[in-house]
Design a protein around this ligand. Structure first.
Ligand code: HEC
Length: 115
């Protein structure tokens, strides 16, 4: 009986993944999750979740107040392709090929609200 239950559950979980109802992976749109996965290793301060382990190990600028400098439109273009906004963005990668347009806009809106 128990075995049957597990099988039914596994089947259901499988359908769930195929139907995309689990919110993770390439369709993830929660900006906090995206930030932790793709940006925190360079943009979080040491000791913050997902940030570099050592003090001063962070490569990118602090984005905690980025919304005071740039709006969501600027940030969308910059995250997609930093060179479109700055001639020499150094280590900041272009995410146009990694993230979907929806994910980039989600991140940009979230960052623009950090003031
Ligand atoms: C490999 C390290 C690295 C990763 C990963 C990274 N960045 Fe950056 N980022 C940088 C660096 C370095 C700069 C500074 C570029 C410059 O102006 O020379 C920067 C600059 C920025 C700026 C501009 C700040 C300003 O005031 O001009 C924004 C916005 C930004 N990053 C957002 C993001 C977002 C969002 C992600 C994740 C999708 C991300 N970055 C991932 C290294 C990184």
């Amino acid at each position: 009986m128990l075995g049957r239950c597990v099988a039914v559950y596994a089947l259901f979980a499988c359908f769930c993944v195929l139907a995309g109802c689990g919110k993770s992976g390439p369709t993830e749109t929660s900006p906090q999750v995206l930030y932790d996965q793709h940006c925190a290793k360079c943009h979080a301060r040491a000791g913050e979740p997902g940030g570099p382990p050592k003090i001063g190990g962070s490569k990118g600028p602090n984005l905690a107040k980025i919304g005071t400098e740039h709006d969501a439109e600027w940030l969308t273009a910059y995250i997609r392709d930093p060179k479109s906004k700055k001639p020499d963005p150094k280590l900041m990668p272009a995410f146009g090929g990694t993230l979907t347009e929806e994910q980039i806009q989600s991140l940009a809106g979230w960052l623009a609200a950090r003031k």
